[in-house]
Design a protein around this ligand. Structure first.
Ligand code: HSE
Length: 428
């Protein structure tokens, strides 16, 4: 092996170009810090002819990423193609089989196939690293696998989809409805090709399940995650929540309980004074709680050329320095199968109801809640001009299943004008 660390980059979109710029512009800095030079041998993308604004003339070109992955003149295969299977997975498998280290930003692929790829990497005795897959430029994988490696992690939480955070905070600051801001995000190029990956919470859940695998020593398990998107959140919900001292975030929470591994990605209320509530626009925040470290909060850009390329190159630099770590923080063969569990801990909930404005309705709602053992902490009816009265109820801590039972009874009462919404209040 040459002393230079030689890279092959598959996928020349925003992040791939960012990686090339860093390698070209910071060559001496990389060499000084890694103790060896880092160079690009070959690249691959769909169109060779496209002008990408960087000089690619010094690099070999491969049309086929699998061919790139197997080249003799690369040590590290950087996968920036995307997609949970298809060419990305085929190329990563080929690279691992050929004994190449792999660096990827592909959260979907790892969320669905992480265990098998980790076993393949560790069998081949190479690195499979994925800092760029979770929360863009925030070094959360390194933090969990290295800096906090001696902690028993009790909870991981975060806002890990910048597009959703942009939509929710822009709805609030500009007093615009969801549909208008969604279109604005589309025009700005924020949305994934399939927007449901963003607004349906799927992209953020892919990231959360990677973190929970490291945090709790379990095999990555996406199918067990509970998912709810932001499409049903209205400007009134946001305003009313603020009025009650909360902000609404698409919040991921992962924790291990006696019942099993809880992983949820849902619109949730956080206290307006909490660090998560301060997060505006496309920024991400990850909160980790460990028995020794207590709570740490990491905040930064969750996407974009520079931040994501920075994360890719952080992994490349560790490989250049000779660092080798298990993919999910402990040998993949020792990761336990996850036992998915529904959120079982008691929490306060905020209930949004639109009620028929006729005598006795509130009494029926209170009775339905009482019948299910749900106690009301606070409630407010907001001003309205028509026959539907918007009401927000904050419960005392209770189980989600109890609120669901109350909602079933409420559905039979014929007193609501819309399906009620329940948002958990996360003690963040
Ligand atoms: N669609 C993602 C987001 C991009 O909005 O955060 C980074 O994964």
């Amino acid at each position: 092996m040459s002393n230079t660390l030689r890279l092959g980059i598959a996928g020349l979109g925003t992040v791939g170009i960012g990686v090339i710029k860093i390698v070209q512009e910071h060559a001496s800095l990389l060499e000084a810090r890694a103790g060896r030079s880092v160079s690009i041998s070959a690249v691959s993308a769909r169109s060779k002819a496209k002008d990408r604004g960087v000089d690619l003339s010094g690099y070999a070109w491969e049309d086929d990423p699998v061919a790139l992955a197997k080249r003799e003149d690369i040590d590290v295969f950087i996968e920036l193609i995307g997609g949970d299977s298809g060419p990305a997975k085929a190329a990563v498998e080929a690279a691992l089989a050929a004994g190449k280290h792999v660096v990827t930003a592909n959260k979907a692929m790892l969320a669905l196939h992480g265990q098998e790829l980790a076993l393949a990497a560790e069998t081949a005795d190479v690195n499979l690293r994925f800092e760029a897959a979770v929360a863009g430029g925030i070094p959360i994988i390194k933090t969990l696998t290295e800096s906090l490696a001696a902690n028993k992690i009790t909870r991981v939480m975060g806002v890990m989809n910048g597009t959703c955070n942009y939509i929710l905070t822009r709805m609030e600051s500009a007093a615009l409805p969801y549909e208008t801001v969604f279109e604005e995000a589309n025009q700005l190029g924020y949305l994934e090709a399939d927007p449901n990956l963003d607004v349906g919470g799927i992209d953020a859940a892919h990231k959360l399940v990677l973190l929970s695998s490291i945090a709790f020593g379990t095999q990555v398990n996406f199918t067990g995650a509970e998912l709810e998107g932001i499409g049903q959140i209205t400007i009134e919900d946001i305003d009313h929540a603020r009025d009650m001292g909360f902000r609404i975030k698409l919040l991921g929470v992962a924790q291990m309980t006696d019942a099993g591994l809880e992983q949820s990605m849902r619109p949730s209320l956080v206290p307006a004074t909490s660090p998560l509530a301060q997060l505006d626009g496309g920024t991400n925040m990850v909160v980790v709680e460990g028995d020794a470290v207590e709570q740490i909060v990491l905040r930064g850009a969750g996407a974009g050329e520079g931040p994501t390329a920075s994360a890719v190159m952080g992994d490349v630099m560790d490989i250049a320095r000779g660092l080798k770590l298990p993919v999910f923080g402990q040998p993949a063969a020792t990761l336990k199968p996850a036992k998915p569990a529904k959120a079982s801990n008691e929490a306060a909930f905020c209930l949004r109801l639109n009620l028929k404005d006729v005598p006795g309705v509130m009494a029926q709602i209170s009775t339905a809640l009482a019948n299910a053992g749900v106690s009301i902490d606070r409630m407010r009816q907001f001003s309205h001009n028509d026959v539907s009265a918007p009401v927000m109820i904050v419960t005392h801590p209770t189980k989600r299943s109890h609120v669901e039972t109350a909602f079933q009874e409420i559905a039979q009462l014929n007193v609501t004008t819309e399906t009620p919404l329940m948002l958990s209040i996360v003690d963040a």
